[in-house]
Design a binder for this molecule. Structure first.
Ligand code: KIV
Ligand code: ZN
Length: 540
């Protein structure tokens, strides 16, 4: 049997696999803010990025290793393909963290070997021990993944895993890369590895999976029953294609159904000891932060973190819940930190009161950021009677979201109405500090604003998504706008909140354009491209 830490280790890959979602790219400040929140959430390992991909990725992993990876904090991990240059970049990036890990991988399925890597099984049997040994001479903690394990020949997988463990891998990760497997098959695969790999007791077994058939969480829970003790997951389940297994769903399944899973850990069913180290009260805040910064909106009916997850609409359900919550509720909303607490701050409140509330909410801002947040709070307090925690979170998350500000929005004015042609006037400051103004007509006020901004910036792009949602209830609520634009087959998102949704839309669009400009300065490499392909992709 694989090593058993006595509970489940949560390996969060929001900043690596999650960031591979189309349009979810994050800048350094955003990655840092998410990593800090993941540490507060209590994840065991943060996969902070793929350092070889670009200078930006390297810098982000290094910064997270410096700032977030304390002695008591999570292990900071970087991803690398099974090549010396990837592994070395990864080791250098995670270096500042007291607890660091290199996660290296190579594909093991015949379909990947033949068509992607153009390598034989015996090539892989040579590469794996050499690369794991190399990683092991740079850091102590090495994880090895067999990409596309769920579609690999189990006998070949056993050989590869045994070699990786002999070479020093302390964690063996089994990915369902294409989200193909079913719970019973995945459970059997994990149990087969436990039975057939001679040295499996020297490593922790981990699972990683995508949600193409909507089975990722179910597959992981079956894997746990068969001895998997590390789960690789992302906040809100974001990730490549249909995404990764969702952290909040896994954690809450293990929390709510602890009695069912306890015996698989050799515990009595009624044992109250948690199965993960996650602080569940931080789940909602983490989910909102990730959604705001990545621009990946959470579907309303999403388990645990969807807006409707705790809403009882039908009269019968409402009646039942009023009589006894347990009739229709299996999770108390407070367990995941879902509160509608209002703060008694208004336009006469001072900086200290705002700072204190922000600290209670987990935001530890620099003096400069606090000044900015306070100015925005005052501005909002002039327009809105009651300020909620959600409003404060919207203010702060937008602040960390600001990408390198190539363009600054200086003015937005629109005129529209039943008998008017929507007309927008916008003023933008460009990277040289020059202010330019443009006026445009549009089919609606937002269209007019976007056209006016386009005429100033001149980057040909396509607006693919525009969504507005209110942060809280009430006519004076902040409106949150998320915009995505497509440029040369890549998506870029921007997000903003304001009581005026047209202003929020203009700012969100400028944020998306700024992100487009900063990311396009250097195209990153995708980790699942093989080495030769990635070299030619970079040369383009
Ligand atoms: O899905 C996958 O196989 C991966 C590996 C790189 C772990 O993300
Ligand atoms: Zn993956």
């Amino acid at each position: 049997m694989a090593k058993d830490p006595g509970r489940v280790l949560i390996f969060d890959t929001t900043l690596r696999d999650g960031e591979q979602s189309p349009g979810a790219s994050l800048n350094l400040e955003e990655k840092l803010a998410i990593a800090q929140q993941l540490a507060r959430l209590g994840v065991d390992i943060i996969e902070a990025g793929f350092p070889f991909a670009s200078q930006g990725d390297f810098a982000a992993v290094q910064k997270i290793a410096e700032v977030v990876g304390g002695e008591e904090g999570p292990i900071i991990c970087g991803l690398s393909r099974a090549s010396k240059s990837d592994i070395k970049a990864c080791a250098d990036a995670v270096e500042p963290a007291p607890k660091k890990r290199i996660h290296t991988f190579i594909a093991t399925s015949d379909i990947h070997l033949e068509h992607k890597l153009r390598k034989s099984r015996s090539d892989v049997l040579g590469i794996v021990p050499e690369m794991v040994r190399y990683a092991k001479c740079l850091v102590d903690d090495v994880e090895f993944s067999c990409e596309d394990a769920a579609r690999s020949d189990p006998e070949f997988l056993y050989q590869v895993i045994e070699l990786a463990i002999s070479a020093g891998a302390g964690t063996i990760n089994i990915p369902d890369t294409v989200g193909y497997t079913t719970p019973t098959e995945f459970g059997n695969l994990i149990s087969g590895i436990n039975k057939n790999v001679n040295n499996i007791d020297e490593a922790i077994l981990s699972v990683h999976g995508h949600n193409d058939l909507g089975l990722a969480v179910a597959n992981f829970l079956e894997a746990i029953k068969n001895g998997a003790r590390q789960l690789e997951c992302t906040i809100n389940g974001i990730g490549e294609r249909a995404g990764n297994a969702a952290l909040e769903e896994l954690v809450m399944a293990l929390h709510v159904r602890r009695g069912f899973y306890n015996p698989f850990f050799g515990r009595q069913p009624e044992s109250p000891t948690p199965l993960t180290a996650i602080r569940t009260e931080e789940i909602t805040k983490t989910s909102r932060l990730v959604s705001n910064l990545t621009g990946m909106i959470v579907q309303p009916n999403k388990a645990i973190v969807g807006a409707n997850a705790f809403a009882h609409e039908s009269g019968i359900h409402q009646d039942g819940v009023l009589k006894n919550r347990l009739t229709y509720e299996i999770v108390d909303a407070k367990t995941i930190g879902l509160t509608d607490s209002k703060i008694s701050l208004g336009k006469l409140s001072g900086r200290n009161a705002v700072r204190a509330r922000l600290e209670e909410l987990g935001y530890d801002l620099s003096r400069e950021d606090l000044n900015d947040a306070f100015a925005r709070f005052k501005d909002l307090a002039d327009r809105k009677r009651e300020i909620t925690d959600r409003d404060l979170e919207a203010i702060v998350s937008e602040q960390v979201q600001q990408p390198d500000a190539f363009y600054e929005l200086r003015l937005v004015q629109v005129s529209c109405g039943t008998s008017l042609k929507p007309t927008a006037t916008v003023t933008l400051m460009d990277p040289e500090g020059d202010e330019k103004t443009s006026v445009s007509l549009g089919t609606g006020p937002v269209d007019a604003v976007v056209r006016a901004l386009d005429s100033l910036v001149g980057i040909p792009n396509e607006l693919t998504e525009f969504s507005v949602k209110s942060v809280t209830e009430g006519i004076d609520a902040l409106g949150e706008v998320t915009i995505r634009v497509r440029y040369k087959n890549n998506l870029f998102s921007g997000h903003s909140a304001d009581t005026d949704v047209v202003v929020a839309a203009a700012q969100a669009y400028v944020n998306a354009l700024n992100r487009l400009v900063s990311v396009n300065k250097k195209a990153p490499i995708h980790p699942q491209l093989d080495l030769i392909e990635s070299q030619s992709a970079q040369a383009i």
